[in-house]
Each structure stands twice: as structure tokens, then as C-alpha cells.
Design a protein around this ligand. Sequence first.
Ligand code: 6V0
Length: 303
Amino acid sequence: MPLTTPKVAVIGGGGNVGSATAFSLVTMKFPVSILIVDVDEDLARGQALDINDAAFLSPATCAAGTFQEAGQCDVIIITAGARQRPNEPRSELIGRNYTIINSIMEKMQPIKSSAVILMVSNPVDILTAISQKTSGLPKNQVIGSGTFLDSGRLRNELSRILGISPSSIHSGTLGEHGDSQFVGWSISSVGGTPLLGHPKLKGVDLQKLEKEVSRKAYSIIEAKGSTYYGVGLHVAHIARSILGDESKVYPVCNYVEEYDCYLSVPAIVGAHGASPLPLRLNEEETEKLKTAAEKIKSFCDMY
Ligand code: 6V0
């Protein structure tokens, strides 16, 4: 148990994803001090006051704060910036969000040397790589929410088909949190046996399922303008694994030396940030991972 209450900043916490993340953290019932930071200071103050009402039923607290205070937090979650318009690919947000992320990194300096930055703003893979450079933190201490949310969506769908709890299905979406993401079917399992051999998957169009999972955000945005509850809880779980040094394995966006790139592969998430596990994908999936790495790197090279 840490001697002092750990601190988490949510930058962009006035918005939908940031406030859903802060609220999720409060409902998870562990002691944490949450700081909401936003360029819109009134919005940040309002969200913090509202969320702190829920903190009465939790050991967490929530208050508004400054960029400088955020730089001294143990985990710095970034949800600031523009979101997708209907049918807009995440990669097209780079033009709008690059300047915002750089200005946030500048305003937080000097950043606590042991802090872990958790990027959520899109395009998350590219912005994670950019913020590692501008923050000056080691590569393992800058991570992104990556395909953890997509993997949750996949496991929910598989659970429906198989009639097995999603937490007992080990399967995930890998690569880019974007249109080139793919499912690591060859490493998916349930109860220690390969998932693909499960009789209830016979006749299921897996390519269609994979496509539906990767397009789910588009459907939600089309219907209600943005997605935030699902991502908020996933991000809160990543933050808790870091704060509690829980070493949970999640498919987060992390630096993979083999590809010299930030992308999503299963990684151990703890106080150090994230470290990737060795991967044994089949040939076709390895090609897809390479393609994702090339796409992410080509965008990063432009900035
Ligand atoms: P939103 O509701 O418009 O909130 C964005 C917030 O950022 C607003 O409160 C702004 O005031 C604030 N902001 C803008 N510029 C700055 C700045 N310079 N400093 C501090 N705050 C600033 O958007 P929403 O919350 O819906 O989305 C935020 C980001 O999350 C977008 O880039 C989305 O694309 C991204 N998402 C990422 C997901 C993921 O899985 N990684 C999932 C959903 C959305």
C-alpha cells in the first residue's frame, strides 16, 4: 500500500471521455486523488464538483487543477482535443490534435520523472509516440489505451456466441486503434484450448465479426455523436493497474522494439508503465502487424 494517496490527472477532463474516465475511477472504490484539467476552466470545475459528489460513496476524491499540478501526478491521462465526426477515420484527427497535445506537454513541464502518461486522444497510437518524444519520459512510461476497448468489444461479441463469460475468453484486437486493426485469432484461447476449434464458432463469419468490432465506434458516433462510457471504464482499469502495480496484461498501445513503433500488443501494465509480451502470431497476422506498424510510423515521420 502506498503511504500517500496516488494522484491521477485527467487532461481534457471537462469533455465526455475525460469525465467518464474520472467518474469510472471514483466508482472503482480505491483511494485516488483525481485532478480534472481542461482548457475550459469552468467546465473542469463543474465536472470536478459533480464527480466529487459521487466520491462521498468512495475513497476517491476529485478536484479541478492546473497543467503544472497535472505534471506532478503519478498517472497523467490525456483525453483533450477534437473527436471524430461521423464516418471520419481516427487518423484524420492528427491535424487538429497534434498542436493541442504538444501544448499540453509544454504546459506540464517539468513532468515528474516517475509519472506514466496514458494517452486516449485520437489518433492514439500516433499521439502516444509524439508525446513520448515531447515529454522526455522513457518509452515504457508513455502508453496509450490502444485496442483495449476494441478487445472488450470483441470479447463481448464472442461471449454472446459462445455463452461464456467475456473475462474467460482470451482474445484481442491488435495493431492500430484504427481501421487496420485485426484480431489475433491464432493466439486466442478459451479454457486453455485454441478458440478457433470451439464448435460454436463453426459457421460463424469471423471476418464479418472482426469488421463489425472495428466499426463499432462509427455506429455509436453516428447514433449519439461520440463514445465515452466504454472507453472511460477501460482507461480507468489501465490506470488502476499502473497505480496498484497490478501487472495486468492488457492490449495497450506500447513501444515494441522489434517494430521500433508504438502499437497495441498484449503488455504487462504496472507502475513502470507497459512492457510488451513476446508474441507468436501466425504468418498472416504477423504481416498485418507489420502493416499497422508501417502505417503508424509513416504518420509519425510527418510530425
Ligand atoms: P470532447 O467531449 O469534445 O472533450 C474534449 C475536451 O478537451 C474538451 O473539454 C475541451 O475543452 C478539451 N480541450 C481541448 N483543447 C484542450 C487543451 N489544449 N488543453 C486541455 N483541454 C483541452 O471530446 P471527447 O471527450 O468525446 O473525445 C476526446 C478525445 O478522445 C478525442 O480525440 C476522441 O477521438 C478520443 N477518443 C478516444 C477513444 C479511445 O479508445 N482511445 C475512444 C473515444 C474517444
